[in-house]
Design a protein around this ligand. Structure first.
Ligand SMILES: Nc1ncnc2c1ncn2[C@@H]1O[C@H](COP(=O)(O)OP(=O)(O)OP(=O)(O)O)[C@@H](O)[C@H]1O
Length: 370
């Protein structure tokens, strides 16, 4: 084991409070710390205003305060090719993608990690709420201690090589603890608001954003009984389980309850809706994923039980995983699940350990006898 002063750690700094505290703590612990800011997206608006530039100014301030050198790297081209194209392709296929999983695998722990190693670093560190532990001869990805903030869901596509080079220095803390450290240390970002939403969209209107890249194809909205109940302005704007924005009002239905999206018929360009938040058509009993990543090199080879999440922040659900081949699994739910959405990630857990995950490809609807 190298001593901290001989260990170079490059911290991915976003200009937010979490990565600021990450850098601060590592410096306090005596590591040779360097800050690095990635620019992945040009968001300069018509007034020349750019949030990436403001974020970089915050990185600069914090690094000066802590007394560490900092760099900036531009991965706009790589981000466009590896994350944004995938994001658009998934929407084209009528799915609801999760760009954060891809960004972690391809950019933060792909391009950035490679760059960091070029800078002669031993480790990359980020402000993710997750933990890496070396146990039984391998690296394990463990949930962040703050269950409210745990980000292992987005880190499910990492492998042993990436985890062996990764530190999550705030993973054993709660968000209020992290803020308190930032305040006590007087860091420039101590009071900065948390970022929300998909990073390249930011606070912008999602519909307007998507419209710039994908042509919207209007079509019919049909009820589960096949009646036309309205028009939609493009399937990509809707996600399964969604209530608002159907614009069909009441009066068409049988029960007078609000309408919810239960399916998308891509071939006919039809949005299928049903009345009521718990309509049986919204439920499924199993799913298939064809791009599963197992974090351990000792991959499961036969059926096993564990818990899983089908969306971020969902409570864990009990499932049985049937291994079909190296990357394909069928996941059978103990209880029918609501609005399991193709394109989103299914992520597996054994207690506190994240085992890996994949993209939800197909779901089996609950047999409603219809
Ligand atoms: N533009 C960037 N450049 C370098 N590292 C980044 C960048 N964006 C995010 N990261 C790293 O990835 C981590 C998780 O990113 P996420 O977008 O979830 O940020 P966050 O939870 O809001 O954290 P923060 O408060 O640091 O912004 C950050 O803490 C940071 O270490």
């Amino acid at each position: 084991m190298k001593r901290p002063e001989d260990t170079r750690v490059v911290v991915g700094m976003s200009g937010g409070v979490d990565s600021s505290v990450t850098a601060y703590l590592l410096k306090q612990q005596g590591y040779d710390v360097i800050g690095i800011f990635m620019k992945n997206w040009d968001d300069t608006d018509e007034f020349g205003h750019c949030t990436a530039e403001e974020d970089f100014q915050d990185v600069r301030r914090v690094c000066d305060q802590i007394g560490i050198p900092y760099y900036t790297v531009n991965f706009e081209k790589e981000y466009m090719e590896k994350v944004f194209q995938y994001f658009l392709d998934e929407y084209r296929r009528g799915r609801t993608p999760n760009p954060d999983v891809m960004c972690n695998r391809e950019i933060k722990f792909g391009e950035l990690l490679t760059k960091v190693m070029d800078l002669g670093a031993d480790y990359i560190a980020t402000g993710h709420y997750a933990q890496v532990k070396f146990q039984d001869g391998e690296y394990k990805l463990i949930r962040g201690k703050d269950t409210n903030k745990d980000q292992t869901y987005f880190l499910n596509a990492l492998n042993q090589k990436q985890l062996s080079k990764t530190m999550f220095p705030i993973g054993h803390m709660s968000k209020p603890e992290v803020r308190e450290i930032a305040v006590k240390a007087g860091l420039a970002t101590a009071k900065k608001k948390d970022s929300t939403g998909i990073c390249f969209i930011g606070e912008r209107n999602f519909r307007e954003f998507l419209q710039n890249y994908l042509p919207a194809k209007p079509g019919n909205i049909e009820s589960v009984d096949g009646d036309v109940v309205g028009r939609h302005d493009g399937l990509m704007y809707y996600t399964l389980g969604q209530r608002q924005g159907l614009g069909i009002g009441g009066g068409h239905g049988k029960t007078g309850e609000p309408w919810f999206v239960v399916d998308k018929d891509l071939e006919r360009n039809v949005l299928i809706v049903a009345e009521g938040a718990d309509h049986p058509r919204m439920f499924s009993t199993s799913l298939v994923s064809t791009d599963v990543n197992w974090i351990s090199d000792r991959k499961p080879i036969s059926t096993f039980t564990c818990t899983a999440k089908f969306r971020y922040r969902q409570p864990d659900q009990q499932v049985t995983v049937h291994i079909r081949d190296d990357h394909t699994v069928e996941v059978v739910f103990d209880k029918p699940q609501k609005a399991v959405t193709p394109g989103q990630a299914v992520v597996f857990y054994n207690g506190e350990e994240c085992l890996g995950g994949g993209t939800i490809d197909k779901v089996t609807p609950l047999d409603t006898g219809k």
